[in-house]
Design a protein around this ligand. Structure first.
Ligand code: SF4
Ligand code: SF4
Length: 363
């Protein structure tokens, strides 16, 4: 089987671009410069890793994110790593032909392929809410996971059941790790996730033969150990107490902090503010929309109403109350804010009945 580098050369990618890619991967994974030749060597010499990609209960926005990664190598790199004989969204084959191709890849590479799963599993009514090729999503998942070296749960549906897992969760949607218990599961949350994270995770596996270091919630540490708030381009305004109060006010025009119009960046552990999207063009907060903390467990229940701010900032990061700062500046009463806080508290209580916050594993 050809190596990644051979494939890249055939695609017309120059040696310079290839090394640039290796350097970027090392940087994103938080590795030292000495890792760059190791990554390059692995991609030059190791055969391409067999990857099977399942689409379970979801909307395919994660696929959209993946194929729209604008760096010349990222999306091609991923798509050429995947056995396109079986990726339901993109494969040309259908029906029995597609299922036969999947089984062939699994048999030939048993114990060595990586399984990427997009979408949640579902337990309601014996799993009938999502069936593929005549079997339930759970059965398909268990069959494919049995021969996998590792499983990547890609996107918030796969890592926390996302919107379909929100109250009252009629299909009993559950994260992949609730079904796959005897394999390493790497969670790559986000709605959708940043494409570069899955590329980095796979490059790490190819280079070192191990999964990257994970957080306590099972996410690659290099991408999920800091909050959006920590790298946010609007952070100076937060610290200065300058907040957008409405989307069309002067503060909005000046690019002030979006906390009061619903930004959940202070509780969102994701790399959006650092990696950004579309080859580093922007990310939601930079473009003027509050972060919804889509990478966090129970995020849909915890973050709604979307344009209502958090009841509190965990760990009291600035040591002062943004509501009071804004109110003092505006000279208005706090009733509305108190109502907002109460609503958010009630909503958070709905999803996290044990009182845990969104950084804790509530699955
Ligand atoms: S609250 Fe949101 S907009 Fe404000 S600094 Fe934090 S992440 Fe940025
Ligand atoms: S900025 Fe927030 S809501 Fe947007 S993708 Fe990143 S974590 Fe998700």
């Amino acid at each position: 089987m050809e190596s990644y580098y051979h494939w890249a050369v055939q695609k017309g990618i120059t040696r310079r671009d290839f090394l640039k890619f290796c350097t970027m991967m090392a940087g994103m994974l938080g590795l030292e410069a000495t890792a760059i030749p190791r990554i390059a060597n692995a991609l030059e010499t190791k055969p391409r890793l067999p990857v099977i990609y399942l689409n379970l209960q979801e909307c395919t926005c994660c696929c959209e994110s993946l194929i729209r990664s604008s760096h010349p190598l990222f999306s091609d790199f991923i798509l050429n790593m995947i056995s396109l004989d079986y990726m339901e969204t993109l494969q040309a084959a259908a029906g029995e032909q597609a299922e036969a191709a999947r089984k062939k890849v699994m048999n030939e590479h048993y114990g060595n392929y990586v399984l990427v799963v997009e979408g949640s599993a579902t337990l309601g009514e014996g799993g009938i809410y999502c069936t593929i090729g005549g079997v339930t999503a759970n059965e398909l998942l268990q069959e494919c996971a049995a021969g996998a070296a590792a499983v990547i749960a890609y996107g918030s549906c796969a890592t926390n059941a996302c919107i379909q897992g929100a109250h009252p969760n009629p299909t009993q949607a559950v994260p992949i790790r609730r079904i796959v218990k005897d394999k390493p599961v790497i969670d790559v949350p986000g709605c959708p996730p940043i494409a570069e994270v899955i590329t980095g995770t796979i490059v790490h596996y190819i280079t070192f033969g191990t999964i990257p270091e994970l957080t306590s919630l099972g996410r690659p540490k290099a991408f999920y150990s800091k909050r959006v708030h920590d790298g946010c381009t609007r952070r100076a305004f937060f610290d200065a107490g300058q907040f957008v109060e409405q989307f069309d006010d002067e503060g909005a025009k000046k690019g002030w902090c979006l906390y009061k119009v619903g930004c959940k960046g202070p509780v969102a552990y994701n790399a959006c503010a650092v990696t950004e999207w579309n080859d580093g063009v922007s990310f939601p907060v930079k473009s003027g929309h509050p972060c919804m903390a889509c990478s966090e467990n129970n995020w849909y229940d915890s973050s709604t109403p979307f344009y209502t701010h958090l009841a509190e900032i965990p760990n009291d990061v600035i040591g002062k109350n943004p509501d009071q700062i804004g109110l003092a500046a505006l000279g208005i009463a706090g009733a509305g804010v108190i109502v907002h806080g109460a609503v958010t508290s009630a909503v958070r209580g709905r999803s996290n009945k044990d009182g845990s916050d969104s950084e804790k594993d509530t699955r």
